[in-house]
Design a protein around this ligand. Structure first.
Ligand SMILES: Nc1nc2c(ncn2[C@@H]2O[C@H](COP(=O)(O)OP(=O)(O)OP(=O)(O)O)[C@@H](O)[C@H]2O)c(=O)[nH]1
Ligand SMILES: [Mg+2]
Length: 320
């Protein structure tokens, strides 16, 4: 089984799996700002050392120079205006500022059209597993998903998605390795609409995977544009959402990637993954603020249930 499904290679002991689930349930991401705000209980004062430590924490979390500078300038100004001198109140102001910089969003499905969601991103960020997690999440909400194995570049990719389809009891459209991924989109949407015609009362949706692994960025963008072009042929009956999957551990790279994908394809929102294994998720502030992209879902582990709609309040609270 492990040879056939190499992405399950990390076998956990019972104890460590439980520990990790416990951690995920409580704090899916690391409290990277806690250090700077330590001493809050003792009414510690805000001084230059505080700002320096805060800046170091932000940079260490990969929030990026530009965002960190913006945040610190905003915070200094707020504290000055409100004459706040203690860390306890500075923490409250900081949380409000950080929350105002993150855009939380949700997928709003039209009542008349069949939603089609593309999972986009560079290799290894968590596209395929996020697709499975969203299928499971939507299944619990009464949606019936058709899975499209749009990563035709690697043989293991459609195997991986077939595994999830079987586990979730959902249909999948796949093609042999090396097939045209645009043709895969066509077949997936035809099958999805055929199901919709049969089950007219049901909420039917298509979730389409894509490859992150083409030889270069230009080839990848062209491939994705072709896939989206095919989806456009079905626009009378479908509405397309392009979700960018962003790996929280990749720091500044994630920002550059998000920028390129957004410029080329027009991204609708973000799934942030691997927030359980990183203290570097700070880049999400720059992505959300500078690119004005809403955060839709967050993934915080490898199992299906380690996934939920993104919640700005709990995300920011957990940083302190
Ligand atoms: N710890 C942790 N691991 C994750 C998370 N999301 C995905 N992974 C793991 O990251 C690895 C890559 O995930 P995939 O879903 O295969 O990523 P992908 O973007 O489809 O990768 P390619 O198809 O190779 O481009 C797998 O081992 C996943 O189990 C997460 O939120 N937390
Ligand atoms: Mg994949």
């Amino acid at each position: 089984m492990r040879a056939a499904f190499p992405w399950f290679s990390k076998k956990k002991t019972k104890q460590s799996a439980e520990d990790s689930e416990q951690r995920s349930a409580n704090k899916p991401w690391k409290a990277f700002l806690r250090g700077a705000f330590s001493g809050v209980e003792k009414s510690a004062r805000v001084d230059e050392a505080f700002f320096t430590e805060l800046e170091e924490s932000l940079l260490a979390s990969d929030a990026g120079l530009k965002f960190s500078a913006l945040f610190l300038a905003g915070l200094r100004e707020e504290l000055r205006q409100k004459k706040i001198l203690d860390k306890k109140h500075a923490a409250i102001i900081s949380k409000d500022l950080l929350k105002s910089w993150l855009r939380q969003g949700s997928l709003e499905f039209s009542k008349t059209k069949v939603p089609v969601i593309f999972f986009i991103g560079v290799n290894g960020v968590g596209k395929t597993s996020s697709l499975a997690k969203l299928a499971a999440y939507l299944k619990a909400k009464g949606f019936y998903s058709m899975l499209g194995a749009g990563d035709t570049f690697r043989a293991a990719a459609s195997e991986q998605l077939s595994f999830w389809a079987k586990r979730l009891g959902l249909p999948i459209v796949k093609k042999p390795q090396g097939s045209d991924s645009a043709a895969l989109v066509y077949d997936t949407l035809e099958s999805t609409l055929a199901i919709k015609d049969k089950k007219s009362e049901e909420a039917v949706i298509a979730l389409i995977d894509s490859s992150g692994r083409l030889q270069n960025k230009v080839a990848l963008m062209e491939e994705l544009k072709k896939m989206l072009g095919v989806a456009k042929k079905f626009e009378e009956r479908t509405e397309v959402f392009k979700i960018l999957v962003v790996d929280a551990t990749l720091g500044q790279n994630s920002f550059e990637q998000a920028k390129v994908f957004h410029e080329n394809l027009g991204i609708d929102g973000i799934i942030l993954t691997k927030t359980d294994s990183s203290s570097c998720g700070g880049i999400v502030f720059a992505i959300s603020h500078e690119l004005k992209l809403p955060l839709l879902y967050i993934s915080f582990g490898e199992s299906l249930e380690n996934f939920s709609p993104f919640d700005v309040d709990s995300f920011v609270e957990a940083l302190f």
